[in-house]
Design a protein. Structure first.
Length: 365
């Protein structure tokens, strides 16, 4: 890491937007992190006595925290006042929890008609499974995506929690919040954003719904596109036990891949191609193959561990990973030319800084 960020002032296009985050896990905190990176003022409401579940939680960066006991009338009054002073509320509880606390959207929008009330769940606010427990793997499974991950004849392999929690969850919550903020400029009115991971992952499957309509067998694991079923779109093991990735889909890129490997062009698309590529890649180490392929049009990249990715020349030159408060972590994304975002602070410690921030919003704490 070449640069150490210690930014404390808000920067970015969302500067001045006030966000109240009800502390939770996974997708809602990540959404709050992204809003903070883009300049929003985020106050996280933690429970009294709560401790960070992850010793160093990058997802809580960029905001301050207030610890409240919502069974205490005094603390509940602070929370209600904070909601009244906010532009956005983010919560990731099961449906009905906020209502039972007396903080549901009907009450919130009555006291603050301009509020964007963002709700993050796995199953959604309605439907037969709305009250059932679940995690990323379950939502991705029910959405029709998980069945195509993994090798044919073996159990499906979940893609960590990137596809469900953060892709189908956080990103769609963020999109809904930003769309509602934009619409509020015209109508002057807030609204509820019901962001469900099953909805988001289903949306991500749009292209594959089209493929399946024209070919019902398109999503089988042995034939699904971009799943490793094709010899020119998969990972290969090298002589040192490490791996490389190739994605040479277009004919010209496919030809260059074979040329760089010293294999004949007529091997392209044959039943023997995968075995030939496997044998050839095993002849050299991963880094030796990098010397052969990098900066070519073979659609090649080494499969890097996280610490290796942070140190890779391309990632380092672009500042994709940075050091903030001594911790390597991803830089704010995407990059805006005129109002770029920045890490404001953090990671947040439960109960630190929130009262002062809320007082700046006019909330008595």
């Amino acid at each position: 890491m070449e640069k150490d960020y210690n930014v404390t002032a808000a920067h970015g296009p969302l500067r001045g937007v006030r966000v109240l985050e009800m502390a939770g896990l996974g997708p809602a905190p990540y959404a709050a992190m992204l809003l903070s990176d883009l300049g929003a003022e985020v106050v996280r409401v933690d429970r009294v006595g709560s401790r960070a579940r992850i010793p160093v939680n990058v997802l809580t960066r960029g905001r301050v925290s207030i610890a409240l006991d919502l069974k205490s009338p005094g603390d509940m009054a602070i929370c209600r006042s904070a909601i009244g002073a906010s532009d956005v509320l983010l919560e990731g509880f099961r449906p009905g929890v906020m209502e039972r606390l007396g903080l549901g959207p009907d009450w919130a929008l009555e006291v603050n008609p301009r509020l964007i009330y963002g709700r993050m769940t796995g199953w959604g606010q309605s439907g037969p499974l709305a009250q059932s427990a679940g995690h990323d793997i379950n939502y991705v499974a029910l959405s029709g995506a998980l069945a195509s991950f993994g090798e044919p004849g073996r159990r499906p392999m979940p893609p960590m929690n990137l596809l469900g929690d953060f892709g189908g969850g956080s990103m769609f919550l963020i999109m809904g919040v930003l769309a509602a903020l934009y619409e509020r400029d015209r109508s002057g009115r807030g609204q509820v954003v019901d962001a469900a991971i099953v909805d988001g992952v289903a949306s991500l499957m749009a292209m594959y719904c089209g493929l399946m309509a024209s070919n019902p067998a398109a999503m089988a694991r042995q034939t699904a596109p971009y799943s490793g079923s094709q010899a020119n779109y998969r990972c290969y093991e090298c002589a040192d036990g490490r791996f490389v990735s190739v994605g040479a889909l277009e004919p010209e890129f496919h030809r260059e891949l074979l040329e760089k490997l010293g294999l004949p062009a007529d091997l392209r698309g044959t039943d023997q191609e995968a075995a030939e590529l496997e044998a050839r890649f095993r002849q050299r180490s991963r880094d030796e193959w990098c010397g052969v392929f990098e900066r070519s049009d073979s659609c090649f990249a080494p499969v890097l561990e996280l610490d290796e990715a942070q140190a890779h020349p391309h990632m380092r030159e672009r500042g994709v990973y940075i050091t903030h408060n001594g911790l390597a972590q991803p830089a704010p994304a995407p990059r805006l030319s005129r109002t770029p975002g920045a890490i404001q602070s953090g990671p947040a410690s439960p109960g630190v800084g929130g009262r002062e921030r809320l007082r700046s919003w006019g909330v008595e704490t």
